[in-house]
Design a binder for this molecule. Sequence first.
Ligand code: RFL
Ligand code: PHB
Length: 391
Amino acid sequence: MRTQVGIVGAGPAGLMLSHLLHLAGIESVILECRSRQYIEDRVRAGVLEQGTVDLMIETGVGERLSREGLRHDGVWFSFEGRRHRIHLSELTDGRAITVYAQQEVVKDLVQARIGAGEPIVFGVEDLSVHDLDSPLPKIRYRMDDVEQEITCDFIAGCDGFHGVCRGSAPEGVITAYERVYPFAWLGILAEAAPTSEELIYTYHPRGFSLFSMRSPQITRLYLQCTPDEDLAQWPDDRIWEELFRRTRTEDGWTPGVGPVIQKGVTGMRSFVIEPMQYGRLFLAGDAAHIVPPTGAKGLNLAISDVLVLSRAVEAFYKSGRKDLLDEYSAQCLSRIWKVQRFSWWMTSMLHLFPGSDGFDHRRQLAELDYITSSRAAMTSLAENYVGLPLD
Ligand code: RFL
Ligand code: PHB
């Protein structure tokens, strides 16, 4: 088989890349190791930056998002029993975040790909990439016990943090920068109407917690826990008790309680590779970087990478230009490192670190006081939270 761009992975990065290439008249094939049902049910992110929302709407995949997405003009920070609102849109010329689940973004993009008659091959096995430094790189995989090969002009490695593409560049070409945090998030999804219309990030001496949502009927909540936390030790009653302890405010606010429909533990790391390209292999999204979830940035970064990549590939086919492809990595990394900084900063400000003492506690409270009272600090937070320009 022959295609122009072979895309490994049908997450947000691979699906959006294929969609953008299609709009530019460029052919691609997506290869995904999981089933369609699996990727459409996978519960992950929920917060879209303004630029991600705009891109989905402008490129014709935002119809359901415009109808069902929950636009938030503000976000709350809670500490010492009090909630403080940051008015995002007032501080950023009308920009905001939108709550719309990642699996809904995935469903909308899969629908668009299939509607356009573009192939997504689900359930591929033993995928590998070859001849990356040649003009015709190849992807090999097994499907229904038959070995397959696709020859491409370019390969996009959109196969997430545990994918195979990143490790296919020769040793020494790629440098990884990493920070692993000594805590994790225990996340739950509950059938309970959200009792706040906007997200609440809480700093508490017992650890961080986050109140979020997915719809007017579903609440999403997170509690800081240990990286090796045993879920069996967390029956629903204990989770609610801990959530109440950490999130209750002096004005009597608490999250609404309801049946827990999903539970999981997510580790936290910051990770970036440089460069994000080797020969004709271009890495995008979680394959190239991971952020701790505190800034709600992972999905949005994946989208900004592939926007840059699609423009570079388009320039190559339309006018033979290679300069944008050569600049792909540097252009993405300049934004990625700013987003890494923001995610690391939010994580450091809001979590309880093992071994921290009274000095750390007071410093964190002072920082929270500052970012909820200084207009300059609030503006900086708001600008990053609604999203830096996509490209
Ligand atoms: P994905 O979504 O991991 O997709 C990669 C795809 O590649 C497939 N794959 C392969 N296919 C073929 N052959 C192979 N060898 C393959 N190996 C892997 C996988 O099956 C998968 O379908 O990466 P992508 O597209 O880069 O997208 C990144 C985002 O998914 C991720 O950054 C976000 O989910 C992170 N994240 C959040 N991001 C936000 O922007 N806002 C949030 O509020 C937010 N909250 C979160 C999050 C991630 C979380 N978890 C569980 C990691 C909350 C959580 C709890
Ligand atoms: C979520 O709703 O899953 C969510 C919201 C904000 C974050 C991370 C996750 O920072």
